[in-house]
Design a protein around this ligand. Structure first.
Ligand code: OAD
Length: 257
């Protein structure tokens, strides 16, 4: 575990001032922000029951067509993990940052809803949400279906299979969320990329929208990513430690850790 002193030494006084004077902060998060809540990231090796599959083999329309039961059960397992997890100090610090900044947009690739549970308000979900279900055939959101043994359950309207309302490989992103994300990245005066490997488009190009306009980009990630070299500030450490320390340095202390 990183010491508080180490976390603090990564944060330059200049960065503290940049954050303090920002008018519109945009944050892009990926699976890494939820890692400290016990939710495995996509590029971590899977464990236990799921060790023999890669997420790419499970998170696609082809995979669902091939084996809808397997894919539904993987998501049921992830939903259960998320239900038992709690937002960590990183999520809570971002909710507090939103309360402190004049404008704030949190764009997430995560489908776990932990940002909202931490109190974040203006959240753009680029990849959907695990807790919503839609019809695989017609795409309509479905909120209830008759109980029964069949897995996955069937759409009460058309009888098609039900699936989670998340974006799978090979699918397009929800257009409204995508528009909101790019607009925010094109208007912000400060951008954070937190806990994302920066390998999946179009989310990976959002920080470059800010860089192109000369705006500061802060990366928080213990590992190097394709963005690290271009980032204005690269803070190499876990978000659950760096973000609370950042708030301390800003004297934003009234949030619960
Ligand atoms: P990845 O699993 O690709 O990357 C997670 C990133 O988080 C890595 O760069 C880690 O170094 C970093 N990380 C791990 N622990 C961290 C911590 N405590 N604090 C900060 N960073 C940490 O996850 P994403 O970038 O979110 O898409 O993946 C992007 C998309 O690819 C996902 O939304 C999903 C996936 O396939 C779809 O399902 C469409």
């Amino acid at each position: 575990m990183m010491s508080r002193q180490t976390a603090s030494s990564l944060i330059l006084p200049e960065l503290v001032e940049v954050i303090r004077s920002a008018l519109h902060g945009v944050v892009l998060t990926g699976a890494g922000i939820s890692a400290e809540s016990g939710i495995p990231t996509f590029r971590d090796a899977q464990t236990g029951l799921w060790a023999k599959y890669s997420p790419e083999e499970l998170a696609s329309p082809q995979a669902f067509r091939r084996n809808p039961k397997l894919v539904w059960e993987w998501y049921a397992w992830r939903r259960e993990l998320v239900a038992q997890a709690k937002p960590n100090p990183g999520h809570l610090a971002l909710a507090e940052l939103e309360r402190r900044m004049p404008r704030f947009t949190l764009i997430t690739q995560n489908v776990d809803g932990l940002h909202q549970r931490a109190g974040s308000y203006n959240v753009v979900e680029l990849h959907g949400n695990l807790n919503r279900v839609k019809c695989f055939e017609e795409g309509d959101i479905v909120t209830s279906w008759p109980p029964g043994p069949e897995v996955p359950p069937r759409c009460p309207r058309c009888g098609g299979h039900l699936r989670p309302d998340v974006v799978w490989f090979g699918e397009t992103l929800p257009p409204q969320a995508l528009r909101a994300a790019f607009e925010a990245a094109q208007r912000c005066d400060l951008f954070f990329a937190i806990g994302t490997s920066g390998l999946v488009q179009p989310a990976a190009s959002l920080p470059y929208e800010a860089l192109r306009r000369g705006m500061p980009v802060v990366e928080i990630n213990p590992d190097e990513t394709p963005l690290t070299q271009s980032a204005t500030y690269a803070l190499a450490g876990p978000a659950g430690q760096i973000l609370p320390e950042l708030l301390n340095r800003l004297n934003y202390k009234n949030y619960k850790e």
